[in-house]
Design a protein around this ligand. Structure first.
Ligand code: AHG
Ligand code: MN
Ligand code: MN
Length: 342
């Protein structure tokens, strides 16, 4: 595939090679692309117009909502509804399934999304993102969508991706045939293919984790991180530590350079014994992408994509990245007797 192709054409050429395609899925992806450009515009003006700072409330996860969290949430909802291709939405910022308002056509797809990821970084002008995960409904199209539609395992995703609002704006996505990255050319307002068929290096030299939590980790995770820091040329150690605190940005860097990202279970907050990241809107889409790029994603003992979800906002430990690095972590976990509540 040629570098230089627009995202619009990329979506359409994928549609053409599928004889059963109706165009519905393409329309949905196009809606996400337009939403991405709108959120990018708002993020880029942060500081100039009144979009910075806290919105004055807490979301369903008990986290403080920023104004841009709300703006991104509204933009995505509006564009996805007007595509006419969704039957329900689930947002990190809303407690329940979001119903499609009556005036819109209802389609066969449902989307889990994190409208703004890394939002505690917004005011400091650090890279943030949007994450999306697309499924096809499994109940009859004649009926209202049910919980079992939105609680499908990550393996059922038909597409997933993210937008990163960084030094440039990029959209990275997969429909199950590789991972492709597009960079927004602001002068023409188009996403242009810049990273076709991304493959994550089999082994990296970077580890990314919030090491401030290490006192609350299980012993296997502490041992693994200590091991990474021990000089040993055979394993290219010590590793370099890189942690931004925006999953999208940390993941994106490791996808390109190789490495491992860990947000393990910890004992800091008894209400969050399985770590901080959300299965449906964070772990699953990133795991779909990393596997498509040749990497791995696990809780330490379980493949993320095989987890059978029980709640729309459930949290999960996430260890994700280069295959050899993730396997090395799994060996530490397998050797350990101690397990945190997984
Ligand atoms: P969000 O901004 O969508 O709530 O997500 C924040 C997440 C994720 O982006 C990041 O990797 C992680 O929280 C950082 O958590 P710590 O500050 O605990 O390291
Ligand atoms: Mn997030
Ligand atoms: Mn968020």
């Amino acid at each position: 595939m040629d570098i230089g192709i627009t995202l619009f054409n990329h979506i359409l050429s994928n549609q053409k090679i599928n004889p059963k395609a109706t165009g519905a899925f393409s329309r949905l992806l196009m809606a996400i692309v337009v939403a991405a450009k709108m959120v990018q515009r708002d993020v880029a003006r942060a500081g100039l117009v009144d979009v910075l700072g806290r919105a004055g409330g807490f979301n369903v996860q008990g986290e403080e909502v920023q104004k841009l969290d709300n703006i991104a949430n509204q933009v995505l909802k509006r564009l996805l509804f007007s595509s006419g291709e969704v039957c329900t939405l689930v947002s990190e910022e809303e407690a329940d399934l979001i119903e499609v308002p009556r005036q819109y056509r209802r389609g066969d797809y449902l989307i889990h999304f994190d409208p703004l990821d890394g939002s505690s970084n917004i005011d400091a002008n650090v890279s943030i993102g949007t994450i999306f995960s697309i499924y096809r409904r499994i109940t009859s199209p004649e009926t209202d969508p049910e919980l079992k539609d939105v609680l499908q395992p990550g393996l059922n995703q038909v597409a997933a991706g993210y937008i990163i609002y960084g030094s440039s704006c990029m959209l990275v996505y997969s429909t199950g045939s590789g991972v492709h990255g597009f960079t927004l050319d602001p002068s023409v307002g188009e996403f242009i293919l810049s990273y076709p068929k991304i493959e994550i290096p089999k082994k990296g030299k970077i580890y990314s984790t919030n090491e401030g939590n290490s006192a609350y980790w299980d012993q296997a995770t502490r041992d693994y991180i200590d091991w990474l820091k021990n000089p040993d040329s055979e394993h290219s150690k010590p590793y370099t530590s890189r942690y931004i605190g925006s999953l999208v940005a940390d993941f994106h860097r490791n996808l390109l350079y190789g490495g491992i990202y860990l947000y393990p279970a910890d004992r800091r907050d008894p209400l969050k014994p399985t770590g901080k990241l959300r299965l449906m809107c964070e772990a699953n889409p990133m795991s779909f992408l990393v596997e498509q790029a040749g990497g791995l994603a696990t809780t330490g003992t379980k493949r993320i994509l095989e987890i059978k979800p029980t709640e729309i906002h459930q949290r999960v430990p996430l260890i994700i990245g280069s295959s050899e690095d993730v396997k090395a972590y799994q060996e530490f976990v397998a050797k350990s007797d101690e397990k945190i509540n997984l």
